[in-house]
Write a protein that binds this ligand. Structure first.
Ligand code: UFG
Length: 340
């Protein structure tokens, strides 16, 4: 079986870290991206880390004709990891058609090309714990058996719909195998600080906002609500180190190529929930930086608390997220100092 893996969204945050881990594990990689939310400079960062340039084609996965050329150039693609997608929750509410077109269109093209033109139709899908909505307390920590609930945004709906499209494709086409990885909250950057998360404009996510505030780019961090039904009143999330998450993708590809399981789902988190206030204090402790913050009102659409039960991934993939949170936050801070 071929060891070449196609990575869509190759220059994005999780895609770039995953490429590094795949190459370390001995895989050949072909990356594609249209740079709609990333830059070619990421390819240089990857090359410095792995010591060689990766095979890369600039293309938009929604453009079938052009995307198909990648498969002509690399007929030995045996698996794909599909990261390419629009991912801002707020933007998806304002521009739902953009989200449906990009996220569904690119996946449909990928499945069609993988099943008809690739050496093996093994697909790892970049999904999200957003598919569970706000789980009832009886479902925490979340296993893969927790009910899928109505999504809060078009972005969340595309993740649910993509999983349905994949499930139906597995059912209909005998050669398609799929692993869907439901991420919790990925944070941090590669230890070299050569790649990391590059938010466009004002960051929406907590950790980039924290590091930009510590760097003096933002005046003060807003904590969205301290009146939730949690021990300190702020929201709880399961923050997972992006390099640990990247390694889970290698395990998922290994398993697909070895076992060819038809359709599997894994929750990828640490198994530990941290509140916003706990994360802020962990950052201050880890970096020794000042972090001005104030409590403001709740952010619309936020779920109160969610964290993973990662036992299935621990046992079946033989993978565990184990990097201590202080190390993760230090990596985010190093990246902040290096990136801009
Ligand atoms: N938060 C703040 N201040 C900020 C930014 C965030 O207090 O400036 C809080 C949020 O209210 C939330 C927590 O920090 O309680 C985490 O917020 P993020 O925006 O970092 O992450 P979310 O959990 O809201 O969203 C993330 C991804 C989504 C994905 C979702 C799945 O960004 O793409 O997880 O649950 F859908």
């Amino acid at each position: 079986m071929s060891k070449r893996v196609l990575i869509t969204g190759a220059t994005g945050y999780i895609g770039s870290h995953t490429i590094v881990e795949l190459i370390k594990a001995g895989y050949e990689v072909t990356g594609v991206d249209n740079f709609s939310n990333s830059s070619p400079a990421v390819l240089e960062g990857i090359a410095k880390i792995v010591g060689k340039e990766i095979d890369f084609v600039e293309t938009d996965c929604t453009d079938y004709e052009n995307f198909a050329k990648v498969f002509e150039k690399y007929p030995d693609i045996g698996a794909a990891i599909h990261f390419a997608a629009s991912k801002a929750v707020g933007e998806s509410v304002e521009k739902p058609l953009l989200y449906y077109r990009n996220n569904l269109g690119s996946l449909i093209n990928l499945i069609e090309l993988m099943r008809t033109k690739a050496a093996g139709a093994n697909i790892v899908f970049s999904s999200s714990c957003t598919v569970y909505g706000q789980p009832g307390p009886e479902h925490l920590p979340l296993t893969e058996q927790a009910p899928i609930q109505p999504a809060h945004s078009p972005y969340g709906k595309t993740k649910q719909m993509c999983e349905d499209i994949l499930r139906d494709s597995v059912h209909a086409y005998g050669n398609v195998n799929v692993t869907s990885l439901r991420y919790f909250n990925p944070i941090g950057a590669h230890p070299t600080a050569l790649i990391g998360e590059l938010p466009n404009g004002v960051p929406q996510n907590l950790v980039p906002y924290i590091t930009q505030t510590a760097a003096g780019i933002r005046e003060c961090l807003n904590v969205f609500g301290d009146d939730y039904n949690t021990p300190d009143g702020s929201c709880i999330r399961d923050y997972i180190y992006v390099c640990d998450l990247a390694r889970a993708h290698v395990k998922a590809v290994d398993r697909l190529l070895e076992k060819g399981e038809r359709f599997e789902v894994f929750n990828l988190g640490t198994g530990k929930g941290l509140s916003v206030l706990e994360l802020i204090h962990a950052f201050i402790k880890a970096t020794g930086r000042d972090l001005p913050y104030k409590i403001v009102g709740r952010r619309a659409g936020d779920v109160e608390q969610v964290w993973a039960n990662p036992s299935k991934a621990n046992e079946i993939l033989g993978w565990k997220a184990e990097t201590p949170i202080e190390d993760v936050l230090r990596s985010a801070w190093r990246w902040q100092q290096n990136c801009c």
